[in-house]
Design a binder for this molecule. Structure first.
Ligand code: FES
Length: 166
C-alpha cells in the first residue's frame, strides 16, 4: 500500500489558470436561469474574492453590462471585493444577538485580532465580518467561523475558539 500524501496545488495556481477555470465555469453556466449569482459564487471560490478586474472579465464573458455584475456583487454581503482570510468569522448582530452581547463579541475579536470589521489579519488567517440573524436566536449571541455556528458565545472563550484554527 502506498503512503504517498496528495499535496494540494491550489495555492500554486497562476492568475491565468484561475481565469481559465472561471472562463470554463462561465461557459458551463451562462445559459442557465439565475446563472450570474452561481458564476459569481464559483468565481469567488476559485479566485478567493471578486476584484473589479475579475468582475469586468465575468461581465464581458457573459455579455452583461459591468454595472449589472458589480450591482450584484455589492448587494450581497457574501461576495467580497477584497481578499479574505483563510477563515471568515461572522458575528451575528441581529436583534437577539445584539441585545445579548453580540457587540461585546465584536469588540473582543477586534482586540484579539487587531483588525476592524471588514478587515483581515496581517497573517491572512482571519477576516472579521458581521451579519444579520443566522437562525440561532434562542441561543444568542451567536457567530460563525466558516460554516460552523457557535452559540451562546462567551467573549472570554473567544481566544480558545480561535486557537483551534491555527
Ligand atoms: S439574531 Fe443572532 S441568531 Fe438570530
Amino acid at each position: 500500500m502506498s503512503n504517498s500524501v496528495i499535496q494540494c496545488r491550489c495555492k500554486k495556481e497562476t492568475e491565468a489558470e484561475k481565469y481559465e477555470r472561471i472562463a470554463e465555469v462561465i461557459e458551463e453556466y451562462k445559459d442557465r436561469e439565475g446563472s450570474l449569482i452561481q458564476v459569481l459564487h464559483m468565481a469567488q471560490g476559485i479566485y478567493g474574492y471578486l476584484p473589479v478586474e475579475l468582475q469586468r472579465f465575468i461581465a464581458q464573458k457573459m455579455g452583461l453590462p459591468f454595472s449589472r455584475v458589480s450591482g450584484v456583487v455589492t448587494f450581497y454581503s457574501f461576495f467580497s471585493t477584497k481578499p479574505r482570510g483563510e477563515n471568515t468569522i461572522r458575528v451575528c448582530l441581529g436583534t437577539a444577538c445584539y441585545v445579548r452581547g453580540g457587540k461585546k463579541i465584536v469588540e473582543k475579536l477586534r482586540e484579539i485580532l487587531g483588525v476592524e470589521v471588514g478587515g483581515t489579519t496581517a497573517d491572512g488567517k482571519f477576516s472579521l465580518e458581521v451579519m444579520r440573524c443566522i437562525g440561532a436566536c434562542g441561543l444568542a449571541p451567536a457567530m460563525m467561523i466558516n460554516d460552523r455556528v457557535y452559540k451562546q458565545v462567551n467573549p472570554d472563550k473567544l481566544q480558545s475558539i480561535l486557537e483551534k484554527y491555527y
